[in-house]
Design a protein around this ligand. Structure first.
Ligand code: 6K6
Length: 135
């Protein structure tokens, strides 16, 4: 099982520690192609590689993946783009969102029947969500 994990980089890195925990959990279900998304060394400025290289590499991994898991709490143009491509490629997609009174998820994600969108509160909720999704 090849898993494409998508999460905010330029959109903001406040949840980087959580991304790391999610990647570690996902490793119980398959190979995480995009482990670097959780890397503390990737700042909001991104990796020190050419943007064209990053785009081509990430699109290759997206095509190769069996499922896409996206943490969508921090809004990110890149994650939104990846989700649109994942839908076109007919990938199975799980979106994870931490609800709070100050924000709400884009209707383009929440309202899209092609995606499984799940609210969660904390890391501990994710094992059950992943068990169901990967079953
Ligand atoms: C490097 C140079 C300039 O910007 C960068 C960013 N580096 C990235 N490295 C790896 N993946 C990236 C990068 N930028 C975006 N992505 C992809 O888009 C990842 O797969 C993330 O899921 C998503 C994050 O998008 P933004 O818009 O929050 O950066």
């Amino acid at each position: 099982m090849k898993i494409y994990f998508a999460a905010s980089i330029r959109g903001g890195r406040d949840d980087q520690g959580l991304y790391l925990e999610i990647v570690n959990l996902l490793k119980d279900y398959g190979e995480v192609l995009t482990e670097h998304i959780a890397d503390v060394k990737i700042s909001q400025m991104g990796e020190m590689k050419a943007t064209e290289f990053i785009y081509e590499r990430d699109m290759g991994w997206l095509k190769e993946s069996d499922v896409v898991v996206a943490e969508v709490t921090t809004p990110s143009l890149g994650v939104g783009y990846e989700l649109g491509i994942a839908e076109t490629l007919k990938k199975k997609v799980l979106c994870l969102y931490r609800e709070s009174p100050e924000r709400s998820l884009s209707a383009m994600v929440r309202g899209n029947g092609a995606f499984e969108v799940v609210n969660y509160k904390e890391l501990e909720d994710l094992k059950e969500i992943f068990d169901k999704f990967f079953k």
